[in-house]
Design a protein around this ligand. Sequence first.
Ligand code: NAG
Ligand code: NAG
Ligand code: NAG
Ligand code: NAG
Ligand code: NAG
Length: 578
Amino acid sequence: MQGRNGILQLVLLLGLELGLEGALPPPCDSQIYCTGELLRRVQMAKLYQDDKHFVDMPLSMSPDQVLKDFNELLSSNEGYVSREQLKSFVTEHFKDPGQEMDTWIPQDWRDSPKFLQNIVDPKLRAWAEDLHKLWKKLGRKMKAEVGSQPDRYSLIYAAQPFIVPGGRFIEFYYWDSFWVIEGLLLSEMPQTVKGMLQNFLDIVDRYGHIPNGGRVYYLQRSQPPLLTLMMGRYLERTNDIDFVRDNIGTLHQELEFWRHNRSVNISHKGANYTLNRYHVPYGGPRPESYSKDEELAALLPEEDARESLWAELKAGAESGWDFSSRWFIGSNYLLDIKTSQVIPVDLNAFLCQAEGLLASFYSILGNMPMAKIYQDAQAQRKVAMQALLWNETLGSWFDFNLESSQQNHGFYPTNLSPLWAGCFSDPAIAIKNIKYLEDNKILTYKHGIPTSLQISGQQWDFPNAWAPLQDLVVQGLAESNSTRAQDMAFQLAQNWIWTNFAVYQKNKAMYEKYDINIDSGEPGGGGEYEVQEGFGWTNGVALKFLNRYGDRLTSGSGSMMFSTSCLLLALLLLGLLC
Ligand SMILES: *[C@@H]1O[C@H](CO)[C@@H](O)[C@H](O)[C@H]1NC(C)=O
Ligand SMILES: *[C@@H]1O[C@H](CO)[C@@H](O)[C@H](O)[C@H]1NC(C)=O
Ligand SMILES: *[C@@H]1O[C@H](CO)[C@@H](O)[C@H](O)[C@H]1NC(C)=O
Ligand SMILES: *[C@@H]1O[C@H](CO)[C@@H](O)[C@H](O)[C@H]1NC(C)=O
Ligand SMILES: *[C@@H]1O[C@H](CO)[C@@H](O)[C@H](O)[C@H]1NC(C)=O
């Protein structure tokens, strides 16, 4: 037995070494949740207000039985099935969504984590306590059946309990979890964090990459690659190097997915570079937004064009920015989405930090050859980012369009993400970045940094503002060595806290996004679904700012907001003049 296992392990190891991905399952072939006639009929009949409802429903029996019964229904009616028949079919064969998980109170949750004591403003401190309590509402644990009968669920089994974003997002999400984890670490909950990391690592072991979220219908696409960064934050807090040692091969495997499946070679001005992009080479509508994708594609006459539209929509979803004029080439219209033709700044900044972290993990563990591989990968990426994404005249990085071989000079907070990632630490860069923010009048938006300056009706555009994007700007400036950049970081954090706090006072809720065009601050809108409450990453970023600036932040009021910002703006201008 032992010998056979040993040989098996050796074969597996060799397989990994040689990059043999053939052993991995295809990214979802479920004839119920990912593709097929049943999915098409149900979604196009719009049995539910949100297409996500159906693909989240567990089966009441085996998938073979469901498909057999459905085929019988089809053939007994010569292909015609009425809406009523579909409805009763679904009722008989499926269960309501959401029952596969129980709420779970994190075992390491306790009152009064230390960082609360450093928040001076009593109203903000009380609010931070509320936010800390919200982890108890957002904790989930999967029922054992999901593990023992996985083919009856779209949910991907995760053995450890975890924190969900909230609202319609009742499973875990990949990039959301990064800011959730930063919040949990401030809340002194490293056990919960370790469990979430373990789930992600298990999923990489099983599928070779991390899907957008914890459902099989998300398997074709990933989301911004932050797993190694999550491990980095966890290690910083806990020094749990054993956990890193046990899992470093899996972290490497995930980055290999990005290197193999999501990279692109670019020849530019006589030199060759390799950078990453979001790219999902699979057609078909997104199962959880099926009817919307079908209706949009119906505007295109040719099958090829429809399939490539669907692939680009999936790549847009993979970027986390679903959707945004950032991915539209030629107009502000969703039909012109070409996500795969964009080299995004943030994706490459995240990978740049991930490569640096893996190099340091390998070197701590004494594996110098692997440390060297990652140092070189990072160095090459920096050269490529400098050559293609940086613009010295404008003082920022920009997305690079592969079709036009030009930068997209639109404003997005992600343009500053290389500073956040710590990939370019020359203080002169931070100075250029703040001039760039001033040139774009970003400080005139008093309720948060806008997602873009384009109004497209999409949720990742003006006037929406999102918590992680605030962090991408604030932390980069705050950790630079320029005092002016640090002052600006504080002001931006204060604006965001005022908005979050004002809306919380009004609605007793945290939201996934905010509308910064409305004077008192409001939950955001636009896009494919209603604004969601919860909300994991918003809570995480608020806690992060409250921790960083607890000695200075104020809960403020409308008029105070105005006068304080004016004062700070005046100081900044003075700083410029002197
Ligand atoms: C990554 O690429 C390999 C081959 O190039 C392919 O077999 C695999 O399915 C791809 N992974 C995903 C998730 O698309
Ligand atoms: C990029 O070029 C390298 C070296 O020529 C090659 O090995 C790799 O497969 C290319 N990658 C892509 C995505 O074309
Ligand atoms: C860049 O790549 C092209 C195509 O792979 C190759 O012909 C060319 O020699 C390369 N240029 C440099 C400077 O390496
Ligand atoms: C930087 O921006 C300026 C002004 O728009 C433009 O003329 C220049 O070509 C850009 N540089 C790069 C490297 O794209
Ligand atoms: C900032 O300055 C400190 C001390 O002078 C130095 O140790 C650190 O590396 C600098 N950081 C950056 C981002 O330049």
